[in-house]
Design a protein around this ligand. Structure first.
Ligand SMILES: [Zn+2]
Length: 320
């Protein structure tokens, strides 16, 4: 019997994932901010019905553009709302959305989760993987955590330990947000593998913000995955440099170690009415429309593209 992966609409055979973007959000927001500031600035930033309709339109365009699956690492700390995602996915029924459990925090595990015991938190994460998230029936297919430039300080060691315990117990893979300038992918791998997680079950998200081939090789040579997942976000690393680095990695035989994505969203609250982000235009089809043609010109083969977009997502979610 073929293996399955959990999606918002239930289990799906791995072979049915199709072309998959491995790091995309639908919404990134702070619910408390939207409750307090969402209706200012003349036109409201947050109107549930407007945002849901906008997301349905953007995700239909994505599906019509040939992407069958998105992997959405929006967890606690990024505004996860599975009921809203279910409602949107019902209107884009041929798109698979894979969701996560875990914590997105750079320093502190706050409030609702922060005051609970380690056992309670591991139990919560395991339940979200095995039984479902809250009362939605939707199961998380992977874990998410973060090590930003601050490093492994504050509550981060505790969070990593909780994530590793859950990964070992359930066998699901782990995505760790990292800082490429601070090269925290190294300590992410050291910490998670020391706690028992197999490197082949770990993706170093945002590794593609780095053009340091030694750093990237060191990560990939452990068996971990490289998240080349922020195409079209120029301020972290301009696309021409991302492409040069990706072509170099492919030339060295790393096609089977790479995840592709944009880290895009239909809406990110911090960008709204915020001039420094005025020039950013998240686009789920940027890789398909603008990056793949350049890769082909540079000699990247269809086999390598299929590895990154189709085979690697299947391998990442396959149970060992
Ligand atoms: Zn992200």
């Amino acid at each position: 019997m073929s293996q399955t992966v959990e999606t918002v609409r239930g289990p799906l055979a791995l072979e049915a994932l199709g072309p998959t973007l491995m790091h995309e959000h639908i919404f990134v927001l702070d619910p408390e901010a939207m409750e307090n500031y969402g209706r200012r600035w003349g036109a409201p930033i947050w109107d549930e019905e407007v945002r849901v309709a906008d997301a349905i339109a953007k995700l239909r365009r994505l599906r019509d553009g040939g992407i069958h699956t998105i992997v959405d690492p929006t967890v606690y700390g990024l505004g996860r709302n599975i009921q809203r995602i279910q409602r949107i996915n019902a209107e884009v029924p041929d798109l698979n959305v894979i969701v996560a459990t875990g914590v997105y925090a750079f320093l502190e595990l706050r409030g609702f989760l922060g005051y609970r015991s380690d056992d309670q938190l591991v139990e919560l994460f395991v339940r979200e993987i095995r039984e479902g998230i809250d009362d939605t029936g939707v199961k998380a297919a992977f874990l998410k955590c973060a090590i930003e430039a601050h490093g492994v300080i504050g509550d981060i060691p505790r969070i990593l330990s909780l994530i590793a315990s859950t990964a070992v117990e359930t066998g699901v893979p782990v995505m760790v947000h990292t800082s490429a300038p601070a090269q925290t992918g190294r300590v992410a791998l050291e910490t998670l593998t020391a706690a028992g997680v197999d490197p082949s079950r770990i993706v170093i998200a945002h590794a593609g913000d780095s053009n340091d081939l030694d750093y990237l090789r060191t990560l990939a040579d452990t068996g971990a995955w490289l998240g080349c997942d922020r195409f079209n976000i120029e301020h972290f690393n301009p696309d021409p440099d991302r492409i040069d680095t990706l072509v170099a990695l492919l030339g060295e035989g790393y096609a089977d170690s790479i995840h592709l994505g944009h880290d895009a969203a239909c809406f990110m609250d911090f960008m709204a009415h915020n001039p420094p982000f005025a020039h950013e235009h998240p686009d789920y089809l940027h890789i398909s429309r603008n990056v793949l043609p350049v890769l082909r010109e540079r000699g990247v083969t269809q086999e390598q593209i299929d590895a990154m977009l189709v085979a690697n997502p299947q391998r990442f979610f396959a149970r060992l």
